[in-house]
Design a binder for this molecule. Structure first.
Ligand code: XIL
Length: 461
């Protein structure tokens, strides 16, 4: 049997080299079989898109869960850990421990992060639920500023405002304490987010906005059009895409995505889950993927959890892996639809390389970056070298992003490439390590406005 992925890829490669001689085509086809399309992230990456999942920090210690998440997905959303109640449990006291667990896991595994969510009527801390008027407006803006500043440089896209429109036929804003601070609360939140993190894409995110003919869809569309015309900083619209029999995948989904994209924003499917099972569920997933791939500015898809049992709607078995971590029919249909291709995202964000390189030669080592102290103009980083098996020595590279500069180092001997961005660190003295043994070195980065973490590698001899 021919693998359907391979058939599709051959067709595409064949079309691509259509004018070339048959021998050249044969050479192209003899390339190793489509390793690129064997996971969701690889298959989506072929067209410049990402494929993501929501992650719960408490589940990362479950190795079945983290193995699937690491293998299949390259965009991570914190399911609850970056919401207002998690990040500002008492007014003015911010807590990033849980959010950092997810961001650090993502970055250590070379993945990007969607920030979710800065301002929302739901999952507000108690102190905020009881606020109103100017005090609430200011508290909300301060929250947006503080959280977006803390995570600056680490977020691909922020859901700046979540679920601000009412369901049903009114096309009105949802009544909430935030809405009652004045109709301009949404644009105020976007402006605060842009000032805090100029490099993150800023999204409006909502559900029940999939069917083009629904009043809620039209209302969000009109807001985005208005924002674009008045220069309110908005870059993307997130479609949560929580489907079930009462809210099925609409046949006009592609129309919705392309009409929004035509306003000059990216569109992202941000919380996809579809209740059901078997081929019916698989077909609906396929329809969503095809609709996204048909729109160049549909830049990625995120599913809302890994296994059915991880889902917020577990009884509806709405995800791509069953409770044991097996791939469902829906998984296969998504993978095949991604591999069948479509339009290419014209402006993909490169995914940072993993901080853990493949093993080299006999002994191997792993480099892991962790954040140290931070000041206004600089931050410390620590790299931990771990010998996976016994090694004689190690060398580690640290790549900083211009205009960052490493201004101090300790516990190693550094040398530099001509750009000054790549530091190679070797041990002071013997680098011999027994299997499982670790050693650390550190450095100070003058960030010059760029807070992106350095990437690190290790090679052993
Ligand atoms: C859900 C989480 O999955 C649950 O764990 C939590 O109890 C409630 O929130 N729309 C959103 C998400 O934007 O934040 C919601 O996530 C699901 C609906």
């Amino acid at each position: 049997m021919t693998n359907p992925d391979l058939r599709t890829r051959r067709r595409r490669l064949g079309a691509f080299v259509g004018g070339l001689a048959a021998t050249a085509l044969a050479v192209t086809m003899a390339l190793p079989a489509a390793a690129a399309g064997s996971t969701l992230q690889a298959a989506a990456g072929e067209s410049g898109r990402y494929f993501g999942t929501a992650i719960a920090a408490s589940r990362l210690s479950d190795s079945t869960y983290s193995t699937i998440a690491n293998r299949e997905f390259n965009m991570i959303t914190a399911e609850n850990e970056m919401k207002m109640d998690a990040t500002e449990p008492s007014q003015g006291q911010f807590s990033y421990t849980q959010g950092d667990r997810i961001v650090n896991w993502a970055r250590q595994n070379g993945k990007q992060v969607r920030g979710h969510a800065l301002a929302w009527h739901s999952q507000q801390p108690g102190w905020m639920q009881n606020m109103s008027g100017t005090a609430l407006r200011n508290a909300m803006l301060n929250h947006v500023t503080q959280v977006a500043t803390y995570y600056r440089g680490k977020i691909h896209s922020w859901d700046v405002v979540n679920e601000a429109f009412a369901d049903g036929s009114s096309g009105a804003r949802r009544d909430s304490n935030l809405q009652r601070t004045g109709n301009d609360w949404i644009e105020a939140a976007f402006r605060a987010a842009r000032a805090a993190d100029p490099n993150a894409k800023l999204c409006y995110n909502d559900y029940n906005t999939d069917n083009w003919s629904h009043a809620k869809t039209q209302a969000v569309y009109n807001m985005v059009r208005d924002f674009k015309s008045r220069g309110v900083p908005i870059d993307c619209v997130g479609f949560q895409a929580h489907f079930n029999s009462g809210n099925p995948v609409p046949s006009n989904y592609h129309t919705t995505l392309s009409n929004f994209a035509a306003l000059g924003v990216d569109v992202q499917i941000t919380e996809l889950d579809i209740e059901g099972s078997g081929s019916s569920q698989a077909q609906q997933y396929q329809g969503i993927v095809q609709a996204c791939l048909a729109v160049a500015r549909c830049t990625g898809i995120t599913v809302w959890g890994v296994r059915d049992t991880d889902s917020w709607r577990a009884s509806g078995t709405p995800l791509l892996f069953d409770g044991s971590g097996n791939k469902k029919a829906a998984y296969t249909s998504v993978l095949n639809a991604l591999n069948a291709g479509g339009t290419t995202n014209p402006n993909p964000t490169p995914t940072p390389g993993p901080t853990t390189p493949p093993p080299t030669g006999g002994g191997s080592c792993t480099a892991t970056y962790s954040e140290g102290e931070k000041w206004g103009d600089r931050f410390n980083g620590v790299v931990t070298i771990r010998a996976n098996s016994a090694i004689n020595s190690w060398r580690s590279t640290v790549t900083v992003r211009s205009p960052q500069k490493i201004i101090a180092t300790w516990s190693g001997t550094p040398s530099w490439d001509s750009s000054g961005n790549v530091m190679t660190m070797v041990p002071n003295g013997s680098g011999a390590l027994a299997a499982g043994q670790t050693v650390s070195f550190g450095f100070t980065v003058q960030h010059n406005g760029n807070w992106t973490w350095p990437s690190v590698t290790c090679s052993a001899s």
